[in-house]
Write a protein that binds this ligand. Structure first.
Ligand code: DMJ
Length: 577
């Protein structure tokens, strides 16, 4: 008879071995490639079911109502405030079409991309008396146009000869100009709402969110680089710097603030609603523009998040002044965080949180908007799932980084749930209540720009091969160009990997490799040789973790806390046990 310990090991091996076997063989197995193709085709069908129904029943209005097969001009209502008044003849801004442009390209539909470009050039106008949410209009419309312009003008010749004469950039510039009055505040922080025709209306609310002020730099920066007019990037940068100056001594920010006084309104914050893309844009702006300033802000902010919000694999909210936990809630929006952690190189932490989100996804079939961690139950009023992309997004990033087939299984499960619960004859409908799967008459444009796109790229990433893209928070790809970048060498070629010279050696790098090892280019840490595991990780002085004093201990990679030396002479997180 085997001793008990050996039995345990054998059982453990039997449990683990299929995973190892799967990992090592599945990538080269033709059945595996066929499976990925089949899943990719399913996503393509989903995308076109949503897109075609939008084009038939809603276009040129903003979004589709899939149950009633009608439309909503939601751009003026985004952010949950109702539209005030729109001219009688207002036909919407073709929001879903604009948000779908980059997905059409990724799915290789150049014909439809071309028709969309032609239609938008001939028909779209922003000269309408409509009050829109600056943040939403920036990420969906400006981001959609700028990204599509870059795709239309790259070396791929997607459009017929003579079709494209920078029409999308002209539209983007017109929209960018209409954004600028919003920044005309004593603090430089922009109003949340702007009337596209008349600018900031009288008695406009001065309340906005952290994301509203801190997630403009990618789109407005790209617009400036493309037009050669620095005013868009300057406005976004001024706002971001002001916002950062309002952080607490713990490097935490709140969720809502007043743009005229620069005072915080809501001191509690986390990584979800109202704040999420602020963190995302600090790091992505660093990847796109290469500025140290963005890295420094991100690094401090990231460490503060890991320190004050993280609890095991979960993230709760905390008061920016004290760091004390406020709300113990998991939200659907937080699910983007593991994806961002992959970019940072913090893969172990990303994987553990991703598993918890999947646990909740499986518990309900989709991810509820808010789940109370302390009670392990749904929030009583936020039981909905509006087809959000964040969980699929993180799954895509984790698969890119690890190539672990597990993430393909997760993607398949997301795909199946979406088809099972949300597909209706007229498109894909949001879920009103995840306990009953009762549906709501709304197909958000981000279902096409993000949810379908990230699932598609999970199963087929041919669009990304030899390319360096940063995806905006709405899923629109922006290429990393040396001409926009403070660090990339002149010889950088967009379609190729490149070498980045460090003092010691030239290393192949790209947005993707930087994603896995940011420290190579950012400070003296080296990926190779030392075991750098995350953006904050500082290894202990000795590999065996022995120490005489605290100064020989580093910073823990999973929660960014400083390790200390125990009485027995070992570095660890002793103070926190
Ligand atoms: C999208 O518009 C963007 O991903 C944004 O950052 C958050 N909200 C939706 C998706 O949930």
């Amino acid at each position: 008879m085997l001793p008990r310990k050996s039995v345990t090991w054998v059982l453990l091996f039997l449990l683990i071995s299929p995973t190892i076997f799967n990992l090592s063989t599945s990538q080269s197995d033709p059945r595996w490639a066929a499976k990925k193709r089949r899943l990719r085709d399913k996503v393509r069908n989903m995308f076109y079911h949503a897109y075609d129904n939008y084009m038939i029943h809603a276009f040129p209005h903003d979004e589709l109502k899939p149950l009633s097969k009608s439309f909503t001009d939601s751009l003026s209502e985004l952010g949950n405030l109702k539209l005030e008044h729109l001219p009688q003849d207002y036909n919407g801004s073709a929001l879903t079409l604009i948000d779908s442009l980059s997905s059409l390209v990724i799915m290789g539909n150049n014909t439809e991309f071309e028709s969309a470009v032609v239609w938008l050039s001939e028909n779209l106008t922003f000269d309408v008396d409509a009050r829109v949410n600056l943040f939403e209009c920036n990420i969906r419309v400006l981001g959609g146009l700028v990204s599509a312009h870059l795709l239309a003008t790259d070396s791929t010749d997607r459009l017929g000869q003579g079709v494209y004469k920078n029409q999308l950039l002209t539209l983007a510039e017109d929209l960018g100009k209409r954004f600028l009055p919003a920044f005309n505040t004593p603090t430089g922080l922009p109003y949340a709402w702007i009337n596209l025709k008349y600018g900031v209306v009288e008695n406009e609310t001065t309340e906005t969110s952290t994301s509203g002020c801190g997630s403009l730099i990618l789109e407005m920066g790209a617009l400036s680089r493309l037009t050669g007019d620095p005013k868009y990037e300057s406005a976004a940068l001024r706002s971001l710097r002001k916002l950062w100056s309002m952080r607490s001594s713990l490097n935490l920010l709140g969720t809502t603030l007043d743009v005229s006084t620069g005072e915080w309104i809501e001191y509690s914050s986390g990584i979800g609603a109202g704040v999420d893309s602020f963190y995302e844009y600090l790091y992505k702006a660093h990847i796109l523009f290469g500025k140290d300033e963005f890295w420094r802000m991100f690094h401090s902010a990231y460490i503060a998040v890991q320190k004050y919000f993280r609890h095991g694999p979960w993230y709760h909210e905390a008061d920016m002044r004290t760091g004390k936990a406020t709300y113990w809630q998991l939200t659907s929006l937080q699910a983007f965080w593991p994806g961002l952690q992959v970019l940072v190189g913090d893969i172990a932490a990303a994987n553990s949180s991703h598993r918890e989100f999947f646990y909740v996804w499986n518990k309900y079939g989709v991810l509820p908007e808010r789940y109370l961690l302390d009670h392990q139950m749904l929030h009583p009023t936020e039981k909905y799932y509006p087809l959000r992309p964040e969980f699929a997004e993180s799954t895509f990033y984790l698969y890119q980084a690890t190539k672990d087939p597990w993430y393909i299984e997760v993607g398949e499960s997301i795909l199946n749930s979406l088809n099972l619960y949300t597909k209706v004859e007229g498109g894909f409908a949001s879920v009103r209540d995840v306990t009953t799967m009762q549906l709501e008459d709304h197909q958000h444009s981000f279902f096409l720009s993000e949810t379908c796109k990230y699932l598609y790229l999970l199963f087929d990433d041919s669009f990304l091969v030899e390319q360096n893209y940063v995806f905006t928070t709405e899923g629109h790809p922006l290429p990393v160009l040396s001409s926009w970048h403070d660090r990339l060498p002149q010889s950088y070629i967009q379609t190729n990997w490149t070498s980045l010279k460090t003092e010691k050696e030239a290393r192949r790098t790209s947005a993707m490799s930087k994603q896995v090892c940011p420290s190579t280019t950012l400070n003296s840490w080296e990926c190779a040789g030392q075991q750098i595991e995350s953006a904050c990780h500082i290894p202990d002085a000795h590999v065996d973790h022995r120490c005489l004093t605290d100064s020989e201990c580093g910073v823990d990679s999973t929660n960014c806390r400083r390790r200390s030396c125990s009485m027995a002479g070992y570095c660890g997180l002793w103070l926190f046990i």
